[in-house]
Design a protein around this ligand. Sequence first.
Ligand code: IMP
Length: 193
Amino acid sequence: MPQGPGGVLISREEIAVRVGELGRAIAREHAGHVPLLVGVLKGAAVFMADLIRAIPAPIAMDFMGVSSYGPGTRASGAVRLTADLSVSIEGRDVVIVEDIVDTGRTLDYLRRNLETRHPRSLRVCALLDKVERRQIDVALDYVGFAIPDRFVLGYGFDLGGLYRGLPDIHVLEEQAAEKGPSASLAPSAAGST
Ligand code: IMP
């Protein structure tokens, strides 16, 4: 059965309000410093774009690419670096910007990797937290929403590379073939971060 976006779990309006709060919190806790926000590609790109505009202070940004998903909607467990930072983070105040923390493996990998580069501080901002799914205990400094164990799509979240551009966050749903064009577009494998 094809799969695609189902009902809205978090609306664009709710996202906008929460992103504003996160942005102000990041500015407050980095007052007097210029934090370097490190977005985790590709999922966090949409969140990152909104978050930097919600921080009422100077910031710098960079991106890292990691891949943790094999076929299907469950992570394979192995995390791989697909793109590295373009700047040194030594002595910087770094905030990792993640789309979602699921098992915690990706974030654990990133944290360890970045810590070896001696930042002055290292914090984590995750839009979504799938608390029930956690396998590795990772500390989160800023969290948008805690969500149940449902696969989500939209606002940067993909299934097989699709649906990242949807403005709201949807749950994944089985779609009957006759339901319309989105069903025929539905891919069979989940994408990477
Ligand atoms: P973790 O390593 O298991 O914590 O997985 C983190 C990564 O898995 C995230 O950065 C996402 O790219 C991906 N992921 C986890 N859950 C979902 C989901 O519900 N929708 C889309 N991607 C997800």
